[in-house]
Design a protein around this ligand. Structure first.
Ligand code: ISL
Ligand code: CA
Length: 558
């Protein structure tokens, strides 16, 4: 397997709107990020993935871009961006940009032109189709509810939008579209950025002829089949030749609905497409009936099997991302751990150890390193995210779901959970802003915040810091081969990693009771790399009698 810096790095995702507000308007901004670079340096991360900072009308918080080469007014100016990039580079931190090119905003100049007339020069930059007997051209549903087609009176045709109607899909079949995208990417590379996280890149090649979906999902065709379309690999190889191969970048494809087989192609070791995939199978294991809304917890045995499948399936052939949190996911402590005071920190650390000792590039989402939790929603009116708002409306009004029983399911899974402001300290608004935050701060900021954790050696923050330092020190953590033990145990997640003479044993008790696990004889004299659990201050796991307390975890190295 090739050794490269992006396999050895730890990435930290910033959602700028909620990270740090420097000017008191309640909205996080670029200067706020610059102010907090020393915090990230202290944590020890190598790379920042910056969620979109481009000009946008914010129908989907910046994932609807109206100008790829301007900064969103609320976030600052291009000069602020340049200063932030330089300040990050001064600290040895790279910056990876979000690249959202499956769609633009409907306010992007290309779409404004495209929609102006049937004969417009940019008409084919998007998918325009005639309706069928007064209905949309096909049955596809949008990921944000409703049909994926919007009727446009001006030219009496429909345009495709797999996300909101303000996010029309770009037509990658058109070579001019690809040229424009590649040139725009090149200009960002010339500016000195360090890579791209490619939003839903597995969606850019649409099935030939845009047929109805093979399966129905309620009122609409299940758009799941639109992923990994017929020309996706041609497009990525072209992008690689034209742009990516000319710079030293980290490239990660957001690839929902990708299989291990396909991922081996997207992120192949030969480097003809992307460096790594960011896939979702493990995040879908706690979904409900036909959709993601549910209060179920992530089932441990299924999670172990799934993560292990990816660990062994890509080993030596391709590269994966390791993550439990991002701006689209509820907080992992609620999903897999226990947010109550007695177990919150222990479970956050157990989860972190389990993930960060695997093969792949770890991603930490802002606040995860503090063990931040879901927001305690009390009513539907508190949801802000377009996905949650639309889903609640569609499921109650069009599919007859009972609002009272749907509410807790959406509250448990809403993307809003990840988007409450970063909890910096215990002062007003958690130190995020001197004004009224665009989204309420989680009331638990008085006990969960960065200032308190940075100086407490047994904090979640210090645990993440240690995990990152370990990865930088031991090659076996980056490159070692993985093997799962105790496959069917409902509480324990135990695995080994091997590289040459080095061997790791990772032991995590994901339950709220004591368990006994005695490591194999070969680990008798192994060194303890990291150890955590409720009230554990010492550094030696009690392996002699094998007792593991709730959420206790440790790593041994030979
Ligand atoms: O979060 C989701 C719904 O459960 C996913 O379907 C999500 O929409 C999907 O992973 C694509 O996400 C990306 O593209 C979206 C944007 O809203 C997300 O924030 C982004 O991560 C459209 O650009
Ligand atoms: Ca601001």
């Amino acid at each position: 397997m090739n050794k490269t810096w992006w396999k050895e790095s730890v990435v930290y995702q910033i959602y700028p709107r909620s990270f740090m507000d420097s000017n008191g308007d309640g909205i996080g901004d670029l200067n706020g990020i610059t102010q907090k670079l020393d915090y990230l340096k202290e944590l020890g991360i190598d790379v920042i993935w910056l969620s979109p900072v481009y000009r946008s009308p914010n129908d989907d918080n910046g994932y609807d871009i109206s100008d790829y080469e301007a900064i969103m007014d609320e976030f600052g100016t291009m000069e602020d961006f340049d200063r932030m990039l330089e300040a990050a580079h001064d600290r040895g931190i790279r910056i990876v940009m979000d690249l959202v090119v499956n769609h633009t905003s409907d306010e992007h100049a290309w779409f404004v032109e495209s929609r102006s007339s049937r004969g417009n020069d940019k008409r084919d930059f998007y998918f325009w189709r005639e309706g069928k007997n007064g209905n949309p051209p096909n049955d596809w549903g949008s990921f944000f509810s409703g049909s994926a087609w919007e009727y446009d009176e001006k030219t009496d045709m429909y345009y495709l939008h797999l996300f909101s109607r303000k996010q029309p899909d770009l037509n990658w079949e058109n070579p001019r579209v690809r040229r424009e995208v590649f040139d725009m990417m090149t200009r960002w590379c010339e500016k000195g950025i360090d890579g791209f996280r490619m939003d839903v890149i597995s969606l850019v090649s649409k099935p030939d002829g845009l047929p109805d979906a093979p399966a129905r999902n309620g009122l609409y065709g299940d758009a799941g089949f639109v992923f990994n379309g017929p020309r996706i690999h041609d497009y990525l190889q072209e992008m690689n030749r034209e742009v990516l191969s000319r710079y030293d970048l980290l490239t990660v494809g957001e690839t929902p609905n990708v299989t291990v087989e396909e991922a081996r192609q997207y992120a192949n070791e030969d480097g003809t497409e992307l460096n790594m995939v960011f896939q979702f199978e493990h995040m879908n294991l706690d979904g409900g009936d036909g959709y993601k809304w549910s209060t179920r917890k992530l089932p441990l045995v299924a999670l172990k099997k799934n993560l292990s499948k990816w660990q062994t399936g890509l080993d030596g052939a391709a590269w994966n991302s390791l993550y439990f949190c991002n701006h689209d996911q509820p907080r992992i402590v609620n999903r897999l751990g226990n947010p109550d005071d007695a177990y919150r920190e222990a479970s956050a650390k157990c989860i972190a150890t389990c993930l960060h000792l695997m093969q792949g590039t770890p991603y930490i989402y802002q606040g995860e390193e503090l063990g931040m939790t879901n927001y305690p929603f009390r009513s539907v009116e508190e949801f802000q995210d377009i996905e949650s708002v639309n889903a609640f409306r569609e499921l109650t009004q069009e599919r007859g779901e009972d609002p009272a029983s749907l509410f807790p399911k959406i509250a448990a899974k809403s993307r809003d959970n990840a988007r409450t402001p970063m909890q910096w300290d215990d002062t007003e608004n958690a130190g995020f802003s001197s004004g009224k935050p665009w989204m309420p701060v989680n009331p638990n900021y008085t006990k969960i915040n960065a200032r308190e954790q940075i100086r407490r050696p047994d904090s979640v923050f210090c645990h993440y810091k240690k995990l990152i330092a370990m990865r930088h020190h031991y090659e076996v953590i980056v490159y070692g081969h993985y093997q799962l033990l105790l496959e069917d145990d409902p509480d324990l997640f135990v695995y080994t990693r091997d590289l040459d003479a080095r061997r790791l044993l990772v032991v995590c008790n994901f339950s709220e009771h004591n368990r006994i696990y005695v490591p194999d004889e070969v680990f008798r004299n192994a060194e303890v790399l990291i150890h955590s659990g409720p009230g554990i201050e010492d550094c030696t796991p009690r392996e002699e009698n094998g007792i593991l307390r709730p959420y206790e975890s440790y790593v041994l190295i030979l």
